[in-house]
Write a protein that binds this ligand. Structure first.
Ligand SMILES: *Cc1c(COP(=O)(O)O)cnc(C)c1O
Length: 375
């Protein structure tokens, strides 16, 4: 290296060590390793696309691209308030619920503070934690599900935040209303409980973890939601959160003012109103997830089992002769991209999104071949 080069390197900006400690997020693939476009069942997207009304509303936004979007997202907050029976002034919004999770960590934790999440929790939590210089504290799981007692046992005076996804990604596990209430009751009042409900619309009509009610009545609960999953608007990055006015006001201070585009705002309002699309997506998912879990149970003699899921995907564990990696590659050859998760301590797991009927029957047929089951 020439002398000037080494001087340049020595003078280059140095990222914070907590930033360099982040393992970059790995998105689901949409093409095979050799470049073929195939069925993408790796990112929990809606197999039916999005509501036609949402698509039309998004297109209508093209008429005013020269104008800044409404920084207050007032119409969308009104629509959310009316739909869910919550106060619009207690709603924050962001580019995906990912941004809302980052805002929560940014407003309430920093260097020297601790953030707790579950071992198989959502992969954005470690990033959001380290990004603000806070220390991640990982609570062990209970049979792949969130273990409330393990989380509570790890609370210290440095704890500022607890992240939990319900249903959880990538395991699909669900914590009951009682579990969530117990978790909240066990936390000191200064700890913010962030309840990530990205998949809540896939729960049955009588299932409610009580998150919105807790956020309404308690000063330390933030619920986050997204339009990326059942509403099928992942491309537009639309998420929101609901909490006390004080929590929302703190998060607003660090929001990028115009990050939430006009197409996103219009599409979300229309998507919310199209209840038929959501009902159809729910019913399809329920049917094919049950079907898929039964098919995997039938491969129990080959060492396969599905972690019981309440979301729009299933985590399949490979504990027999065929490894998850072999199945991952075999499925890719057959035209199905799923998510293999060695980076999340799940080298023996594949997370498979519930797709169309044709995709699910085709995938199961391919999987049966790969593991050597009778046709
Ligand atoms: C998909 C997902 C999100 C958020 O997605 P956005 O597209 O950023 O809204 C949040 N939490 C969990 C657990 C998810 O799986």
């Amino acid at each position: 290296m020439a002398e000037t080069d080494s001087i340049l390197v020595a003078q280059a900006p140095v990222p914070k060590d907590w930033i360099m400690a982040i393992a970059p997020y790995v998105p689901g693939k949409s093409k095979t390793d050799d470049g073929r476009a195939v069925a993408k069942l790796s990112s929990n997207e809606n197999p039916f696309g999005t509501s036609q009304a949402a698509r039309d509303a998004f297109i209508s936004a093209a008429e005013c691209l020269e104008r800044y979007p409404d920084a207050a997202a007032a119409e969308l907050r009104e629509a959310l308030g009316a739909h869910y029976g919550i106060e619009p002034e207690r709603i924050i919004y962001g580019t995906g619920s990912d941004e809302v999770l980052h805002l929560a960590a940014g407003a309430f934790a920093g260097p020297g503070d601790e953030i707790i999440y579950s071992r198989f929790g959502f992969s954005v939590y470690p990033i959001a934690t380290r990004r603000v210089g806070a220390t991640p504290v990982v609570a062990p799981d209970k049979e792949y599900a969130t273990d409330v007692d393990a989380i509570l046992a790890r609370v210290t005076e440095r704890t500022r935040l607890v992240f939990i996804a319900n249903p959880n990604n990538p395991t699909g596990s669900y914590s009951t209303r009682e579990d969530i209430a117990r978790l909240h009751a066990g936390l000191p009042r200064h700890v913010l409980l962030v309840l990530d409900q990205a998949y809540t619309e896939y729960l049955g009509p009588d299932e409610d973890d009580g998150g919105l009610e807790l956020a309404r009545t308690q000063s330390n609960v933030l619920v986050t939601r997204t339009f990326s999953k059942i509403f099928g608007l992942a491309a537009e990055r639309i998420g929101w959160g609901y909490a006390s006015p004080e929590i929302i006001a703190a998060m607003h201070r660090i929001r990028a003012p115009f990050s939430f585009g006009i197409g996103a705002q219009r599409a979300a309002i229309a998507a919310l109103a199209d209840r038929a699309f959501v009902a159809h997506s729910y019913a399809h998912n329920r049917h094919w997830r049950d079907w898929f879990e039964k098919e995997i149970a039938a491969l129990g003699n080959k060492g396969l089992r599905a972690v019981p899921s309440r979301a729009n995907f299933s985590l399949v564990l490979f504990e027999g002769e065929t490894s998850a990696e072999t199945a991952y590659k075999g499925l890719m050859d057959a035209g199905y991209i799923v998510r293999w998760l060695p980076g999340q301590e799940l080298p023996h797991g594949l997370r498979i999104t519930i797709g169309t009927a044709e995709q699910m029957t085709g995938l199961v047929a391919a999987l049966r071949k790969i593991v050597g089951a009778e046709a």
